[in-house]
Each structure stands twice: as C-alpha cells, then as structure tokens.
Design a protein around this ligand. Sequence first.
Ligand SMILES: Cc1ncc(COP(=O)(O)O)c(C=O)c1O
Length: 470
Amino acid sequence: MTVSPPSTASTASTGPSAGLAAPPSEPSAPSSEPSAPSSEPSAPSCEPSAPRAGTAAPTGRPDIVDLYLKHIGSGRAVMGRVMGGMAEVRSEGVWIHADDGRRFLDFGGYGVFIMGHRHPAVVEAVHRQIDTHPLASRVLLEPVAARAAQALAAHTPPGLDYVHFVNSGAEATEAALKLARAHGLTSVITTRSGFHGKTLGALSVTANTTYQTPFQPLLPDVTQVAYDDPADLEQALAAHRDRACVIVEPVQGEGGVRIPRPGYLGQVRALCRTYGALLVVDEIQTGMGRLGTWWGVDAEDVRPDVLLVGKGLSGGVVPVAAMVATAEAYAPFSRDPYLHTSTFGASPIACAAALATVRAMEEEDTVARAAALGPRILTAVRDVCAPYQGGLVREVRGRGLLIGIEFAEEQAVGELMLELISRGVLVNNSLNSTRVLRLTPPAVVEDSALDLFLTTLGAALRGTADRMTG
Ligand SMILES: Cc1ncc(COP(=O)(O)O)c(C=O)c1O
C-alpha cells in the first residue's frame, strides 16, 4: 500500500472491522521485542503488542472512525483505520499515548516536535498567558508579541529583524509571496519537489501536481527550476530580471530529505542579487535547530531577504509560525500595519509559546544537542538498514535531525510505516517524494528511547522485507 489517503470513500463502507489493528481489549502477544524503558511513564507501550496495523483484527475506536466518516471525511477515516484505528489523547516528550493505553514513540510529527511534545517550560508559559490575556484587542500594543519577535530575531541571520507572526507555515509562505508582490515582484521561482504549504498562494509554489491540479488556475507566472541546480535557476532569473522572488528550502523535507551540494545556497543568494530577485528561504521544516544549526542557511553563512519559520516554533504546544525579513524587504508591511493582517495572527498565546520555546532552546542548548545527536542517529539508522542496502533500501541520508530512508519501491514506505506503527513507533512519509520515509526525531530523545527505536526499526524492516518478497 501507499500511505496517501484513499481516493474514494468506498472502502469506508466496509466498516471498521476491515483490516485493522487489535482492539484495545485484546491482550498483546508476548514478543522478543524490547519493551519501553522502565523510567518512562507507566502507560503500557504498544510494542510489540498490536498485530500489524492494516492487516489484523478490528479497530480500537470504531466510534471515532465513525465520527470521522460522518463529520470529517471518509479519506481521513479510512486512513486512520488502516493505520490501526487508534485515537491519540495524550502526549509528553517523545511519547504519544492512545486511549487504549498503548503509547507511541514519535519520530514523525511532520518535523514539529524538535522540543518533544508539550515542553514543560512552554506549557507553563502558555498556562500563564491563558490565565492573564490569551487573545488581544489588536488595538493596544502586545508586549508578548514584541518580546517573542525580539527573542526570535536574536537568532535569525544578521539583519533579519522584522517578524510577522502567523498561525501556520502556509500562512508564512503567503505573507512572503505578498511581501514580494508589494515590492512589485510578480514572478515566483520555486524548485521541483519543493514544498511550501497548501493554501492557494503557497500551493502555487508547492511543486506537486497531485495537490495543484484540482485547484488550477493557481498564481500566474510561477517557474519551477531543478533543485540544487544554479544554472537552471540562473536561466529562470535571467528571464525574470528585477521582477522575481525565489523561494527555496535549505534541505527539501517533503521532497524526500534532498540535501543540496555545499555552496548551493550561497550561489542562490548571489544569483538573486545579480538578477534583482528577493530571496525567501523556507526554514519551516529545517529551522529551529532541526538541521543541527538554528537555520539551514547558517551552514553557508547565507543571509536571505526573508526567512520562514514554523513547526518547532510551537514548542510542541501552540501553532505558531513567522515570516522574518530584513528592514528593506519588510518595508511595505512596516509602513502599513493593515496591509496584511489576520485576527488571530501574533496572538499573545501563540507568541507566549514562541517566546518560551526560543528561551528553552537557549537554556537547553537544543541546537548543539541536535548537532550531536543527528550524526549518531544517522549512523545508527544506516547500520540498521545496511542488510537491505542495494535491495529494499536505496539510500539513507540526513542532516541533523532530518533523516530520510529512500527505498527502491514506493510500496515499502507504506509497509514500513505500518510495521512501525504496529510496534509503537510513528514516522512520516514524504509528500513530494513517495519513496522516502522521513524521520524527524526530537532533540530531547534519550538513549533508551533511541535504542528502542533502532531495535524496532530493525524488526519492522525485517517484516517489510518479508512482506515484499513473500
Ligand atoms: C518547508 C515547508 N514549508 C511550508 C510548510 C507548510 O506548513 P504548514 O503545514 O504549517 O502550513 C511545510 C509543512 O510541512 C514545510 O515542510
């Protein structure tokens, strides 16, 4: 199977008994797999109890599946059921708990949980904000937004001092595209396999026809160039001199953890200068320490005009994202505070989360931790995958805590995800690269949980190889 949502609702009508993990009431079979570390919270781990999701007995939560079917959507309902039908209700650190007592080691989360789930300092700050002033009038000044902007700008590349807070990554992309328009830059150059969100503007620069086609026409004058190919970019820039905005990721996350050659970002920067283009670097997935540096651009000492931030900025607690820009780039938004607004943008509660996250990262040296942990995990994952290298597995690559396992066949991604879920580990597929499974572990993961992950990955790979060959 692939992990994309089913395209029709027909399977939903078979009811939640079709192809599901064990019901919560069914005791798990004993297994030789390691159990969760004893220092962790007492909830029983799901490894290795559940039969493989998607193949075994009826689901744990048919009632929730049914509500999804009736009120959220059949595709999501069927997908949840295929994944085992579990309902997640609690989280802390690297763990997500289901309502049947199983728990899952979260090495996915679409890259959000660099600080784990519900970082205590962020939770405390958000509680305090709720008890005082969660949402603002938007007429008076908001001190939390001002302090959060200051804290974030203290870590962005020099000169990127102006922060426009929003509630999602796609909104940060929208803000950047509109900022470019405000400068009269009406063309956008994006990269193949690039991912920048799914709102209409962001979707126009997210290079995936599956998501784009149903919504055409999108923004006009968008050019896709090859990633990691300065010559292709130069050709596009030459055709759009003084009227383009370039949007690029330091490492393509949804594009399958594609790491460009050293020097690429620097070349992009130089080309944008030469051809009068605004450079927007999308660090929504790669920023906040994910690559072992605060930002992917730090590795090459590149200063974009605009930097997009999201995911990790939440501290795993409150959705918040931001567009950060130089004074020159930001000038149109600076002059007119009503040019691009949103009722809930820069809310005190979201900014309290962002502020507490940045401070916690400083105190815990999260970036250094990610830098040290990333290569260790990458090496260990490579070792676990080594027996399958050249067969099932094509390549294991990564930077910091963004790691991709590329398979020879697309089917392996879905199979391995299900094998991992049934053993209590959550990971992600890659939306723009269907043969790549993505790992985005938190920087707070301890050795015991890491060992558990690696042992589980080994067992899941064996299960996947057996299924695909047998
Ligand atoms: C690089 C990048 N940009 C933008 C987005 C969109 O962010 P959101 O899903 O918060 O809208 C994502 C989400 O995965 C992303 O990885």
